[in-house]
Write a protein that binds this ligand. Sequence first.
Ligand SMILES: COc1cc(O)cc(C/C=C(\C)CC/C=C(\C)CC/C=C(\C)CC/C=C(\C)CC/C=C(\C)CCC=C(C)C)c1O
Ligand SMILES: C[S@@+](CC[C@H](N)C(=O)[O-])C[C@H]1O[C@@H](n2cnc3c(N)ncnc32)[C@H](O)[C@@H]1O
Length: 307
Amino acid sequence: MLISSLLARSSLVNAPLRLSRFFTQARRVYKEEEPTAPPSPTTEQPGQKYTHFGSKTVLKSTKQKLVGDVFSSVANRYDLMNDVMSLGIHRLWKEHFINKLDAGKRPNSTTPLNFIDVAGGSGDIAFGLLDHAESKFGDNESTMDIVDINADMLKEGEKRAMEQGKYFKDPRVRFLVSNGEVLEEIESDSKDIYTVSFGIRNFTDIQKGLNTAYRVLKPGGMFYCLEFSKIENPLMDLAYQQWAKVLPVMGSMIANDYDSYQYLVESIERFPDQETFKSMIEKAGFKSAGYESLTFGVCAIHWGIKV
Ligand SMILES: COc1cc(O)cc(C/C=C(\C)CC/C=C(\C)CC/C=C(\C)CC/C=C(\C)CC/C=C(\C)CCC=C(C)C)c1O
Ligand SMILES: C[S@@+](CC[C@H](N)C(=O)[O-])C[C@H]1O[C@@H](n2cnc3c(N)ncnc32)[C@H](O)[C@@H]1O
C-alpha cells in the first residue's frame, strides 16, 4: 500500500525514448475546417462554431462524432493499452481516487447514496466505488448510474460486470448512454456524488459539463474528477515529452491504432492546468474547490462541493 502510494505520488524515471513513427497504416482523416483562432477551454464562448479535437480545429458539431470514433476504436484494448502506457500506474491513481473520496452510506445513516460516474464506460471507477462502499461501510444499498456517450465503452463495462459476476443486471446499477455535457435523463438535485475520470478532457464544452455536474448534484453533493494535468517539474516534463512521442507508436503496435493515441496525447496537452481547471469548477458554482496533483502532475484529482 505504501509502495503503491509512493509510486502514484512520485514517478518512475525511464531513459528518454526516441522512437520515430515507423508504421504505415490506414489513417483516419479529420476534415479540417476553415482555420479560426483556436478557442481555449476557458475562453470558449457559447455561440462559438469551432472547437479542438486534439490539435485540430473542427466544427463543434463534428467533435462528438470524432471522439465517438476514437473510443469505439480503443474500447476492446482499453485496459491493456492503459497498463502498457502507464506501466500500470493508472490503477494506483484510480485506487487513490476512490480511497480519497471514501464514499458510502455510513452505518449510522438510513439514507443510501446516489452516485453518478460520468464518462464511466470502463466501469473502473463505478465498480471500485461500490466495492469500497461495501467493504468499508457495509453499504450494499447505494445506487450507481454509469453514464457514457459511447455505447461500445459501456458494453466493455457491462462485459466486465458480467465476467466478475458483480453489478451485472443489478437493480442498483444503471448503464446509460448520455452526453455528460447535458445529462438530460438525470434530474436536477438528485445525486450525492458525481465522479468523472479521464473523461471530461474529451467534452466539446468542458464548462458546460461542469455546470451540468452542478445541476445534477444535491446541495451538499460532491464533485470529484481525475484527469490529466500539468507536470510541475521541468525535468519530468521533459521525460513526458519523450514518453508522449512513444504513446501513439504503442497504440499502433498493440491496437493497430496510431491516431487515437495521437489524439490522447494532443488532448492531454490542451487540457487546462490545475489552477485553471479549479477556477472553472468554481465558475460552475462549486465551493471549497481544490486539487491534488499525482505523479508530479501527470494527473490530478479536483473536487468541489455544491453548497
Ligand atoms: C484515446 O483516449 C484514451 C485511450 C486510452 O487507452 C486511455 C485514455 C485515458 C488514459 C488513462 C486511463 C491512463 C493512461 C495512461 C497514460 C496515457 C500514461 C500516463 C503516464 C505515466 C503514468 C508515466 C509513465 C511513464 C514514465 C515513467 C516515463 C517518464 C514519463 C513521465 C514521468 C511523464 C509521462 C506523462 C504522461 C504520458 C502524461 C484515453 O483518453
Ligand atoms: C478515457 S475513457 C475513461 C473511462 C473511465 N472513466 C476510466 O477512468 O477508465 C473516456 C471516456 O469518456 C467518454 N466520453 C467522451 N466524451 C463524453 C461526453 N461528452 N459525455 C459522456 N462521456 C464521454 C468516452 O466515450 C470514454 O468512454
